[in-house]
Design a protein around this ligand. Structure first.
Ligand code: NAP
Length: 259
């Protein structure tokens, strides 16, 4: 499908690996030039080079922690007048409800709620002036159904979701859409490290740990970063202008909901 966004410009945060990289690749495939970001320069440069080679689009890189004020200033400066913003960052660590103190919550809220809000606040006015824009926030299935050990993620991402619900409706009249993509289990480094931990804790092999988790997903498999990226590119496309303030679960049916 022709997405109609060739020549647009996107900032894709936290995009040297995993879901962010999937989004960067799919946007580049649609002809979008990119500003990519991650903390580690080596993987970021390798990913950017691969995308330039594969899709012939311009790719700038900013190796910095996007959850810091300096990081946000740096990516915004490199990004300039963007048409598309994809918000992403690493998720907070697991634990139990009684483990976390104020500082842990502040850190999670900074990374997974206030960082995307800051980047939206900075980018939305230009998009609205130009009469076109797309924002996609990568959140989590935990927004629809809580994951007990991810209380920090449940809290921070639900806060972001509330902000988006109101803001999306305030900017839609200017041709700007904001939507959230909610990943369930996807085959990324993060999933591999959780499987490794589960294997060690349960005294089982990595393959058994993975099979156990796949058995909880009606689709019978993990999602891929590539298919996640294609969903992101569609939400950023010309065809998605009437999709406003939605939370799209990409979880192979794992979250047992009627709506
Ligand atoms: P991943 O494979 O570990 O990749 C994370 C990417 O983000 C890397 O490029 C990493 O590079 C970058 N990154 C992390 N923290 C950053 C920061 N502070 N500033 C800039 N870049 C940063 O993770 P993923 O699986 O794609 O997950 C992406 C998001 O989706 C996370 O918030 C995760 O919690 C959420 N999620 C994932 C799943 C899943 O199954 N994969 C499910 C639900 C929710 P550097 O380390 O070099 O910075």
């Amino acid at each position: 499908m022709e997405l109609g966004i060739s020549g647009k410009r996107a900032l894709v945060c936290a995009s040297s690996k995993g879901l962010g990289l999937g989004c960067a690749k799919a946007l580049a495939e649609a002809g979008v030039s990119l500003v990519m970001n991650a903390r580690g320069a080596e993987a970021l440069e390798a990913a950017a080079a691969e995308i330039r080679e594969a899709h012939g689009v311009e790719v700038a890189t900013v190796a910095i922690d996007v959850t810091t004020a300096e990081g946000q200033a740096a990516v915004l400066e490199a990004a300039g007048d963007i048409d598309i913003l994809v918000n992403n960052a690493g998720g907070p660590p697991p634990g139990m409800w009684h483990d976390w103190d104020r500082e842990d919550f502040i850190k999670a809220i900074d990374a997974n709620m206030l960082t995307p809000i800051a980047l939206m606040k900075a980018s939305l006015p230009g998009m609205m002036d130009r009469g076109w824009g797309r924002v996609v926030n990568i959140t989590s299935q935990a927004v629809r159904a809580p994951i007990g050990v991810l209380g920090l993620s449940n809290s921070a991402r639900t806060g972001l979701t509330g902000y988006v619900a109101g803001t999306a409706r305030q900017v839609a009249g200017s041709g700007v859409t904001i939507n959230n993509l909610l990943p369930g289990l996807h085959d990324t480094d993060r999933a591999a490290s959780i499987d490794t931990g589960a294997a060690a804790a349960g005294g089982i092999t990595l393959e058994e740990a993975r099979a156990n988790r796949c058995a909880t997903i009606p689709a019978g498999r993990y999602g891929t970063a590539d298919e996640f990226g294609q969903a992101c590119a569609f939400l950023c496309s010309q065809h998605a202008g009437f999709i406003v303030g939605q939370n799209l679960l990409l979880d192979g049916g794992a979250t047992n909901l009627t709506m």
